[in-house]
Each structure stands twice: as structure tokens, then as C-alpha cells.
Design a protein around this ligand. Structure first.
Ligand SMILES: [Zn+2]
Length: 336
């Protein structure tokens, strides 16, 4: 790891309610405690037997709360805490990372309700430390981020080294790796994961391999969430468009369709039966042509247009101990 690659001067400096360097010292203590544990996990994975996998998993689960602290202290999250609350960002940050109960319950959520595997490949690291992504389009349109821990159809990536990541995911469909083992990723899947990681960065990503980063940067577009409004005679609504990486083609297509198609074109599909001819003019049956795509769009649409569908509850995974608060909500809760 190159020195100072993730450093920013005076990152935690501007707080007057804590003695100087208090946060830096606190983080240093956690790092000192868990660095040898991470080393042990990597050693276990290098030996690659069932027994060492089981040991690596136990070790990882035991340090999950500390790894979540690394996430909240990251430059990217700090950036989010600062949105509109610059003067209070350290206060909000400490509210979160010093909240032992909250952090431990989030770790429990990951352990209890997500599928788990280690992945092996050639990875980059983002300044958000932990990376997340949505796995299905329906959770992509809301102020509740699809990228928070504890929501359905999401994945969470936790770095251990440039060679190993821990991967937690929740999905009703099959996913690219096998559960409960260490998966050596194919080149294509490795690239997909790196796209997710770079997509989670705010300012920086690092890699041991300059070419790897250069290739990813070429494809990477820096897009911040933007508000999009959609209106028509029967339907109207607004939602956030976020930058996304999709794992299934149908979702990428539906997402595209949602943003580039005219409302009246979507209406053409509304009243079609499965066996009707498709409205696009292909002369194929609807079910064999645009129906799967239309259903994905419709599902997302129902979510946006029906206020009852909006809360976080329908999107949290059953059995969760805690769902990660969106930062804005967290900030509002403190104010109340
Ligand atoms: Zn069609």
C-alpha cells in the first residue's frame, strides 16, 4: 500500500468539543488492534483449506464492528456528513462511530441476514472503504439509498487486502459467487467488482497496479445523485437518480429505459396481456418481447408513485437487527 495514499491533512481537526488528536488516537488504537487479525485472516485464506476458511470467517465476523468504524471515519462518509452541515461534520461522525450499540447491530445484520463469501482477485480500494451496490432496479429510486446496509437486493464489499475482499449480499436471484467459501473471481467478475468499488469513491481510489486503475478510470463516469421528475396524465413522481453498477442485464436495460423513454411510450404497454402482440411493433408476443423489461419498470414505478410503498420497511431484509440510517436522516434524528 503506498504511503499517505488515503491521507488528508486536518481531516478530523475542526472539532472544538474534543481534545486535539483524540479521534486520530482512537482510530490508531483500533488499527493497532485489528491489523494483526486481518493478517491472520489473509494467512488463513492463503492456505485455502475448508478448515482455514472457517477460521478466517470467524476472525472476520469478530472484527466486523471495527471495520464498520473504518467505513464511517472514511473521507467519503465524512464528505456526506459535511453536506450542508460542514461545521458539524465531526460531531455527526462521532455520534455514529461512538455509538457502540448501533455499530454492533449493523455488524449483526451483516452476519445474520446476508449471504457471505470471501473473494479473491486483483482489487482496488476506494476512499469509502466499504463499497455497496444495489442488485435490483426496484430499490434504486428513492431517498432511501439502495446502498445502505440491511436493505434487500444489495451487496456490501469489505476490503482486507488488494487480493481479498469479504462479500456480503442479499438477493432473491443467483449471484456471481458461491456462498461460504473463498471464490477466485473470473476476470470479468473481478472487473465488475472493481467497477462497484470505484463507483463508491468520492475523491480517490487506490491500486497497486497503475494499469488496473487506468482501465477502470477510462470507463468510470463521475456522476452525483440528481433529482429527476417524471410526469404524465396518470402518473407523476420524483426520485433520485444515482450512479449505478448493474449485475443483471435486465436491470441495466430497465434503468436506461426509465430515463430515456417517453412516458407515452410506456403507457402503450400498460394494458397489454401476456399473449398480445408487443406494442413496439416487433410482431412478437408481449411476454416474449418487452414484458420482462416493462415489469421491472412498472415495479420501480409503483414504488415511486405510491406513498405507502416509500418507507424503508418494505426494503429492509426480514430479520435485520438494524438498517443503516441514510446520513441525512441520521442528522435529522440528532436535531430532534
Ligand atoms: Zn417489444
Amino acid at each position: 500500500m503506498p504511503e499517505d495514499s488515503m491521507c488528508e491533512n486536518y481531516t478530523y481537526e475542526d472539532q472544538d468539543f474534543l481534545p486535539g488528536n483524540a479521534l486520530e488516537d482512537y482510530f490508531a488504537k483500533i488499527e493497532t488492534a485489528i491489523a494483526p487479525e486481518i493478517k491472520k485472516i489473509i494467512d488463513c485464506l492463503e492456505k485455502s483449506t475448508d478448515e482455514t476458511f472457517a477460521k478466517a470467517k470467524i476472525l472476520l465476523f469478530s472484527i466486523l464492528p471495527e471495520l464498520l468504524v473504518f467505513y464511517y471515519r472514511s473521507g467519503a462518509l465524512l464528505n456526506e456528513f459535511a453536506q450542508g452541515h460542514k461545521a458539524n461534520k465531526i460531531f455527526y461522525l462521532t455520534e455514529k462511530i461512538l455509538n457502540d450499540v448501533y455499530i454492533k447491530r449493523l455488524a449483526k445484520t451483516l452476519i445474520n441476514v446476508y449471504s457471505f463469501a470471501f473473494i479473491e482477485g486483483d482489487f482496488i480500494l476506494s476512499d469509502q472503504f466499504i463499497s455497496t451496490a444495489g442488485l435490483k432496479i426496484k430499490s434504486n429510486f428513492s431517498n432511501v439509498s439502495n446502498r445502505h446496509i440491511g436493505l434487500r437486493e444489495t451487496l456490501v464489499l469489505i476490503p482486507l487486502s488488494s487480493k481479498y475482499y469479504a462479500l456480503f449480499w442479499h438477493s432473491d436471484s443467483s449471484f456471481l459467487v458461491e456462498e461460504n467459501c473463498c471464490n477466485n473471481l473470473s476476470e470479468i467478475d473481478n472487473q465488475k467488482i472493481n467497477e462497484v468499488i470505484i463507483n463508491n469513491s468520492y475523491e480517490k481510489s487506490v491500486s497497486k497496479d497503475q494499469n488496473l486503475l487506468a482501465t477502470l478510470l477510462e470507463k468510470h463516469k463521475r456522476v452525483f445523485p440528481t433529482q429527476v421528475f417524471w410526469g404524465g396524465e396518470k402518473k407523476a413522481g420524483g426520485f433520485l437518480k444515482k450512479k449505478e453498477i448493474f449485475f443483471h442485464d435486465i436491470d441495466a436495460k430497465a434503468f436506461d429505459y426509465f430515463f430515456h423513454v417517453r412516458l407515452d411510450t410506456i403507457m402503450d404497454y400498460t394494458d397489454l396481456g401476456r399473449n398480445d402482440l408487443c406494442a413496439c411493433g416487433s410482431k412478437k408476443k408481449f411476454k416474449k418481447c418487452h414484458m420482462p423489461l416493462y415489469e421491472r419498470v412498472e415495479e420501480a414505478w409503483r414504488y415511486i408513485s405510491d406513498p405507502k410503498m416509500r418507507g424503508r420497511n418494505i426494503h429492509s431484509i426480514p430479520g435485520t437487527s438494524a438498517v443503516e440510517f441514510p446520513i441525512a436522516e441520521w442528522v435529522n434524528n440528532i436535531k430532534d
